[in-house]
Design a protein around this ligand. Structure first.
Ligand code: HEC
Length: 121
C-alpha cells in the first residue's frame, strides 16, 4: 500500500469541501407575481370613478329579480343563484352575455361586476 502524497491529499480535501461550499445564499431576485389571474368583479369596478360604479342591488332589482327572486332563490323554472361566488357569477354572466341568452345581453361590464358582487358570496 502506497501512502497518498501530502500535496495530492490536500487537493482532494479542498475539492471535496468546495462542493459543500457552493451555497451562495440570498438569490431571491425573482419575487414577481406568482399567479396573474383574470380581473375579478372588484377590479372591474375599482377601475371606474365612483360615480360610474353601478350599485349591485339596483342592477339586480331591475334585471334579475323577476326571474331569480328577491333572495336569489329562483322563481318557477328559473334556477336559484344563491351560493355562487362573485367571481363565478361574473364569469357566468359574461358567458350569458356573449351568448346573448336569458335576457342578460344588455349588461355592461360594470353592471355585471356590480351585480356579481351584490349577489355572490
Ligand atoms: C328572463 C329570465 C331571467 C333573467 C331576467 C335573468 N335570469 Fe339568470 N337564469 C335564467 C334561467 C332560465 C337560467 C337557467 C338556464 C340557463 O343556464 O341558461 C338562469 C341561470 C342563471 C345563472 C346560473 C345558475 C347556475 O347555477 O349555474 C346565474 C348565475 C344567473 N342566471 C344570474 C342572473 C343574474 C345575475 C341576472 C341579472 C343580471 C339574471 N340571471 C337574469 C333566467 C333569467
Amino acid at each position: 500500500m502506497r501512502p497518498i502524497p501530502l500535496g495530492l491529499s490536500l487537493i482532494i480535501i479542498a475539492t471535496l469541501s468546495a462542493c459543500g461550499d457552493s451555497s451562495t445564499s440570498g438569490d431571491k431576485a425573482q419575487t414577481g407575481p406568482a399567479t396573474a389571474s383574470a380581473p375579478g368583479p372588484w377590479d372591474t369596478l375599482a377601475a371606474l370613478p365612483p360615480e360610474d360604479q353601478p350599485y349591485g342591488l339596483d342592477v339586480y332589482t331591475e334585471k334579475c329579480q323577476s326571474c331569480h327572486g328577491n333572495l336569489g332563490q329562483g322563481v318557477d323554472k328559473n334556477p336559484p343563484i344563491k351560493g355562487l361566488t362573485s367571481t363565478a357569477l361574473q364569469l357566468k354572466l359574461l358567458d350569458y352575455r356573449a351568448a346573448k341568452s336569458q335576457g342578460k345581453a344588455d349588461l355592461s361590464d360594470a353592471e355585471i361586476a356590480a351585480v356579481a358582487i351584490y349577489a355572490g358570496e
